[in-house]
Design a protein around this ligand. Structure first.
Ligand code: HEM
Length: 340
């Protein structure tokens, strides 16, 4: 006698195998931690040395490199370039220099101009990697490792899947369209992250990166002068300090997290709970009455630094997997600032 449910499950298994093969053929999710084990065994040590040197020289640089990776991963090109050779997501597109009259890339887009930093650190690590492993390691993978080491030098670590390819094009428009602004509402943040395959948990954990680094007056002025969802004495102190006058001083810097702005801890979440953060988009995660999920996560991470560390690591791996280009598109750039 036949077994209808058996043949149905066999059929479903066959479909699952076919889907897995198709996805492998398309190159989706082919990153692996051991990608360079045979071809560039010194890679991880070289990147780590380069990041350590840069952070010794300037402690803020760890934060800047972490942000550089986020701004790389979140930008997808809008149109394929000549229909081919296109990479997306974590593809080192953010590192491409503009070519006047020919190519306006991401560096001078609104969210990045006079703000994003760390390019020279990646250049210097890339030069050292090229010296021992010629044309082997993508700039995108160097940036993914550098972002991990930037955190690991002051906190916890994770294993970075590797094998990304470098983009051959991108655009300023793509950066403007994909990167959330500092006055974004929670709904905008959630939908932007959802568009990259990331959920409320990822958004909340990754926003914890604002436990390190600095922000310019230009991006937090309206929060400290106009908003009510902010601790009143905190806002008054900032206004009185002169760090962010009502007019002028756009480039003046203040720490994103007050107690220990170069330590990768859970202080950011405690600041959210007391409404003492610089960015309106950060405060949107907590206490706005809009989302019980992010409220609960903020409280959990504020209470437990280890819980935050674990989810942050997992979310960084997920963010680092946004549309990784596979072996059939993109290239391994020789110089991170220009296509080969
Ligand atoms: C959720 C949406 C986010 C928004 C709206 C946002 C916005 C901003 C803004 C406006 C600044 C200050 C830039 C300046 O004044 O020049 C900043 C700094 C920073 N962001 Fe975010 N960010 C977001 C998510 C993230 C994520 C996911 C990461 C990393 C995983 C990250 C890492 C950083 C770091 C480390 C800094 C300090 C950089 C430095 O000191 O050089 N941000 N962010």
């Amino acid at each position: 006698m036949g077994c209808p449910s058996c043949s149905r499950s066999l059929w479903l298994s066959a479909l699952a195998v076919a889907a897995a093969l198709a996805s492998a053929a398309a190159g989706a999710q082919q990153l692996s931690p051991g990608f360079y084990d045979a071809t560039c065994p010194a890679l991880q040590a070289t990147v780590r040395r380069g990041v350590a040197r840069a952070v010794r020289r300037e402690p803020r640089m760890g934060a800047s490199i972490l942000r550089l990776f986020f701004h790389d991963c979140f930008v997808n090109v809008i149109k394929p370039f000549r229909g081919v050779d296109r990479a997306d997501g974590c593809d080192a597109s953010v590192l491409l220099d503009d070519v006047p009259g020919n190519f306006a890339g991401e560096k001078n887009a609104g969210p990045n101009a006079n703000s994003l930093r760390g390019y020279e650190v990646i250049d210097s690590i890339k030069a050292q990697v090229e010296a021992s492993c010629k044309s082997t390691v993508s700039c995108a993978d160097i940036l993914a490792l550098a972002a991990r080491d930037a955190v690991n030098l002051v906190s916890h670590s994770w294993t970075v899947p590797l094998g990304r390819r470098d983009a051959r094009n991108t655009s300023a428009g793509a950066a403007n369209a994909n990167l959330p602004p500092p006055d974004a509402s929670l709904a905008t943040l959630l939908s932007t992250f959802r568009g990259k395959g990331l959920d409320a948990r990822d958004l909340t954990a990754l926003s914890g990166a604002h436990t390190v680094g600095r922000a310019r007056c230009a991006v937090f002025r309206s929060h400290i002068y106009n908003d009510t969802a902010i601790n009143a004495s905190f806002a008054a102190e900032l206004r009185a300090s002169g760090v962010c006058p009502f007019t002028g001083g756009d480039g003046n810097l203040a720490p994103l997290e007050l107690q220990a702005p170069d330590a990768f801890d859970n202080g950011y979440f405690r600041d959210l709970v007391t409404r003492r953060v610089l960015l309106r988009s950060d405060q949107a995660l907590y206490g706005g009455g809009g989302n019980d999920t992010t409220d609960a996560l903020v409280l959990a991470y504020a209470a437990n630094a280890t819980a935050f560390a674990v989810v942050f690591a997992a979310a960084m791996v997920r963010m680092g997997s946004i549309a990784p280009a596979d072996g059939s598109v993109g290239e391994v750039r020789l110089n991170c600032r220009r296509v080969n």
